[in-house]
Design a protein around this ligand. Structure first.
Ligand code: PEP
Ligand code: MN
Length: 262
């Protein structure tokens, strides 16, 4: 392929149904459980989120877990529950694509395809989503530099798909106090460098519930085009990331706290 940079900083607005993400549009709020665990869990969480102000429902059906012995997700069954929750609430869905073999299945259910932190360097998968006609949410690799992340986005764009939402989710640093070190400076840098919308995931970015509100406020103040927050109707029962998941009411408190910032 001949090299000619595509993402040059010109503003890209990503459209999902009637939502407009990026440019000068208002920030969008993506929320939902880490994993889809049951029909009741995802539907109940989605209804409560819709009532509290949410634009996109998140939930993993294929989970990239660090340990092979942890819950790996419900697969297609989970996607069906997500779809049902989406039909009830009218919220579009973002869910993770882990590998090419599940592409057709994910395309059937998802409105936005998530490429997780662990796959940011998976160039063959980036080429694959570059060829599809759906927006892609590209998370920052946990050890990726700004340049590497920008090149990962460029891969997707180079293969034909410019509908990319970048998601800062924290990077590994020498400090283990937080789960990751949330790099807020990446927000304005990536917006300037690529022109793409940039959102922030303070849940994986900190791994600490009490930090989600202040980091959400910092993200929006720095110009983020949205947030992605893990919310569970009963965090104490969650099969993954319950420790960092907010209840729907805690989520509402975060959303209310940023209203003066945009
Ligand atoms: C997720 O958002 O479900 C997730 C697994 O996050 P990350 O890829 O950032 O670790
Ligand atoms: Mn998670």
């Amino acid at each position: 392929m001949k090299y000619k940079k595509i993402l040059t900083g010109d503003k890209v607005v990503v459209e999902v149904n009637d939502l407009k993400i990026g440019g000068n549009n208002k920030p969008i709020f993506i929320a939902g459980p880490c994993s889809v665990e049951s029909r009741e869990q995802v539907i109940e969480t989605a209804i409560q989120l819709k009532e509290r102000g949410c634009d996109v429902l998140r939930g993993g059906a294929f989970k990239p877990r660090t340990s092979p012995y942890d819950f790996q997700g419900l697969g297609e069954e989970g996607l069906k529950y997500l779809k049902e929750a989406s039909e009830i609430t009218n919220l579009p869905i973002v869910t993770e694509l882990m590998d090419e073999t599940s592409l057709d299945m994910i395309l059937e259910y998802a409105d936005i395809i998530q490429i997780g932190s662990r796959n940011m360097y998976n160039y063959s998968l980036l080429k694959v989503v570059g060829g599809v006609n759906k927006p892609v949410l590209l998370k920052r690799g946990m050890s990726a530099t700004i340049r590497e992340w920008a090149y990962a986005a460029e891969y997707i764009a180079a293969y034909g798909n410019k509908n990319i939402i970048l998601c800062e989710r924290g990077i590994r640093s020498f400090d283990s106090y937080t789960r990751n070190t949330l790099d807020i400076s990446a927000v304005p840098i990536m917006k300037q460098e690529t022109g793409l919308p940039v959102i922030v995931d303070p849940s994986h970015g900190t791994g600490i519930k009490s930090l989600i509100k202040p980091m959400s406020r910092a993200s929006i103040a720095s110009g983020a085009d949205g947030l992605m927050i893990e919310v569970h109707f009963k965090p104490e029962n969650a099969l993954s990331d319950g420790f960092q998941s907010l209840t729907p009411d805690e989520y509402l408190d975060v959303i209310n706290s940023i209203k003066t910032l945009y």
